[in-house]
Design a protein around this ligand. Structure first.
Ligand SMILES: NC(=O)c1ccc[n+]([C@@H]2O[C@H](COP(=O)([O-])OP(=O)(O)OC[C@H]3O[C@@H](n4cnc5c(N)ncnc54)[C@H](OP(=O)(O)O)[C@@H]3O)[C@@H](O)[C@H]2O)c1
Length: 269
């Protein structure tokens, strides 16, 4: 893993393109987040950009995502994102979803050609690192032989109940950092009795237990909160979970997941 890639990031999905969102990002930066995860499809880049424009860029990772409908206009989409986010460059730019086999018989060629155009963004100096999101092992195995710039990260759904053990191991072996999206399952995990009882045992919050489990596995959680106090407590992960509790959390089942399978996805194109 690149040493300056932050070990936790701040998520922005479902935040609106309003002054309130700019304030949320200001609060997140003040709380200490050093990676802001964005995506053009979230429709809120401009509001986020207002807060980023006021912040010191040093040590801050601004991360964007290429939406599926922009696969044929990678350069324009990236330039628009940079303009919206009021940056001169992006630190990280992710392919939001792979082309799925269900919709695209030539999915592997599409992903390789989008990647080649993303590599040209690095060569042009407007993006520092590129990565992928929602790629499974088959999709990575098809892409990696075509890469002259290797993906820095694969951002995937990952949380207790959906631990992604094999994919995480594959990424680790391939030198790709794993970022966990919806680490709290959009908040749904926080009411689960297993999490509440572990939180009581450690004198922590259920969110801290989950985020610590991610970090202790070497996974980078991308967590969202609109509340400054919860933003700060989600960064306070200076404790350890026992090996037994780590294993118990990893083997929890029946906690659900989004159901978004990148192999069969027909929803997003
Ligand atoms: N690559 C992809 O395809 C993809 C897909 C989905 C998401 N993502 C990224 O992953 C990020 C995180 O996922 P997410 O937005 O689904 O949510 P999440 O971080 O899993 O959960 C956020 C929810 O948990 C609540 N929460 C946060 N900390 C809390 C705490 N300490 N105590 C109690 N409640 C707490 C928040 O409420 P409050 O605001 O009230 O605190 C919010 O409702 C997204 O924002 C996005 O950047 C990427």
């Amino acid at each position: 893993m690149k040493s300056d890639l932050p070990s936790i990031g701040f998520g922005t999905w479902k935040l609106e393109n309003t002054a309130d969102t700019a304030e949320i990002i200001r609060n997140a930066l003040q709380a200490g987040y050093r990676l802001i995860d964005t995506a053009s499809v979230y429709g809120n880049e401009e509001a986020i950009g207002s807060a980023i424009a006021e912040a010191s860029r040093s040590g801050l990772w601004v991360s964007g995502k290429l939406w599926n409908e922009d696969r044929n206009r990678v350069e324009e989409a990236c330039e628009k994102t940079i303009q919206n986010l009021k940056c001169d460059y992006l630190d990280l730019y992710l392919m939001h979803w792979p082309a799925s086999k269900a919709l695209h018989p030539d999915w592997a060629e599409i992903n390789a050609s989008v990647w080649a155009r993303m590599e040209s963004l690095v060569q042009a100096g407007i993006v520092r690192y590129i990565g992928v999101s929602n790629f499974n092992q088959t999709q990575l195995e098809a892409l990696l032989p075509h890469c002259s710039v290797f993906p820095l990260v694969n951002q995937i759904e990952l949380h207790p109940g959906w631990p992604q053990i094999e994919l995480t191991e594959y990424c680790r072996r391939s030198g790709i950092a794993v970022q966990a999206w919806s680490p709290l399952r959009s908040g749904k995990l926080l009411r689960k009795k297993e999490l509440i009882s572990l939180a009581e045992h450690y004198g922590r919050t259920p969110a801290q237990i989950i985020l610590r489990w991610c970090v202790q596995r070497g996974v980078i959680p991308i967590v969202k909160s609109t509340n400054p106090q919860r933003m700060r407590s989600n960064l306070d992960l200076d404790f350890s979970l026992s090996e037994a509790d780590m294993n118990d959390l990893t083997s929890l089942s029946n906690l659900g997941w989004s159901g978004l399978d990148s192999e069969t996805l027909t929803l997003f194109g």
